[in-house]
Design a protein around this ligand. Structure first.
Ligand code: HEM
Length: 383
């Protein structure tokens, strides 16, 4: 994808993807354009605002666990929803999780030590770590994580919402959550699910639909992103042995390596999109109200106009103002958590297994074929 993006930035930075005659879909690839799109209130998340309010009301009557996610709505709904969960994700609150994250990392590394077969850094470490953390924050049993993995994977890989497997998984996920909510209603705990159920029962700030979609969003975000941050950064380090040696000798370089991993192999690419709320001239291109604009984060993060030697991985890069976590009002809620998990994961891994390397006896790792995300299915290593 990277050479293709480079060509687009050069030749057609506002690239027409398709058109239905009246409206277009565009892909934008330049860093400055992406930032402008994400911060401008002329571009919105909620497509239904472009139609009459009547059609929106009918849609809202249907129960749908993906509807009204904070990620997909605009102010004032977005502001209200974000405020409900923000306190749980502030850097200060997240910092308090540090000892527990270290413990989880240690447990996983101990299990890896005991393995006789090849270790897969994704399955054995990068995946379970963030899942256990988010499961504990939400209050969903970590034993159920294989189910979540399947559901979450079906949802992000779905190309057709009428696919029977997709519909079965969505139904199973919904039933699971309904049971969990009932249980927490009866016996509230000190966790995010109990807190949100209480808010929903108070009836003012959170609807039933929003309750489901908030939990679904946090589960999916917790499953599909940090695993890629850890996996992709380790993979980039294996590809650059000189820098890998430096990080092993000096753990203060780890936060810089994480930031560069986020920029160089951005875990989330295409999921950031907006609808134009008015006709406008966007850098010389006429954009009409109702046009759909997709921002390529991977491309923005490799824009030579913003980053010197953009196509090179450099853990000592200064002023690394990447947009891997987005920008503006929808800036990633989980960024402090993901950064802390990434830092601890690498610190623990490199001190426990200083000789860790890519297992070069097997086929090289391959990128998962999920359109919106960049991550590896497996990363076999020798310890
Ligand atoms: C939003 C990336 C980890 C929760 C976003 C956005 C991006 C992103 C690009 C903005 C989307 C847009 O503007 O359309 C990432 C990356 C992660 C990561 C690269 C890991 C390396 C997490 C984690 C959580 C999380 C661990 C929570 C458990 C969210 C939520 C939003 C969001 C709730 C929506 C925020 C809003 O709409 O106000 N993320 N994310 N993310 N992320 Fe993350």
């Amino acid at each position: 994808a990277y050479p293709f993006y480079e060509e687009l930035r050069e030749d057609q930075p506002i690239f027409p993807m398709n058109s239905n005659g009246t409206n277009h879909s565009w892909m934008i690839t330049k860093y400055d354009h992406v930032k402008e799109l994400l911060k401008s209130s002329s571009f919105i998340k909620d497509q239904s605002k472009l139609f009459s309010s009547a059609s929106k009301d009918t849609e809202q009557d249907d129960f749908n666990i993906f509807q009204n996610m904070m990620l997909d709505v605009d102010p004032p709904d977005h502001t209200r929803l974000r405020k409900l969960v923000q306190p749980y994700f502030n850097p200060k609150t997240i910092k308090q999780l540090e000892p527990r994250i270290r413990e989880i990392a240690d447990d996983l590394l101990n299990q890896m030590k005991q393995k006789e077969t090849t270790v897969d850094l994704i399955d054995d470490y990068a995946f379970p770590l963030p899942i256990i953390v988010i499961s504990e924050m939400l209050g969903v049993p970590a034993e159920d994580r294989d189910k979540f993995r399947q559901w979450s994977n079906t949802i992000v890989s779905a190309s057709n919402e009428m696919d029977p497997d997709f519909m079965d998984d969505v139904e199973a996920f919904t039933t699971y959550l309904t049971e969990l909510f009932e249980q927490r209603k009866a016996e509230p705990q000190d966790d995010l699910v109990s807190h949100l159920i209480q808010t929903e029962e108070d009836g003012e700030q959170l609807t039933r639909n929003e309750l489901y979609s908030m939990i679904v969003l946090l589960i999916i975000a917790g499953h599909e992103t940090t695993v890629n941050l850890i996996g992709n950064t380790m993979f980039a380090l294996f590809e650059h042995p000189d820098q890998f040696e430096k990080v092993k000798d000096d753990s203060t370089l780890i936060p810089g390596a994480i930031e560069e991993g986020l920029r160089y192999y951005s875990p989330v690419d295409f999921s950031t999109a907006r609808w134009a709320d008015e006709d406008m001239d966007f850098h010389g291109q006429l954009i009409r109200r109702g046009d759909f604009i997709v921002a390529s984060i991977s491309s923005a993060n490799r824009d030579e106009e913003k980053f010197e030697r953009a196509s090179q991985f450099d853990i000592t890069r200064e002023r690394n103002a990447h947009v891997a976590f987005g920008f503006g009002s929808h800036f990633c809620l989980g960024a402090p958590l993901a950064r802390l998990e990434g830092k601890i994961a690498l610190e623990k891994l490199l001190t426990t297994f200083p000789d860790i390397d890519l297992n070069r006896d097997v086929n090289p790792p391959e990128w998962r074929s999920v359109f919106l995300l960049r991550g590896l299915d497996s990363l076999p290593v020798s310890l």
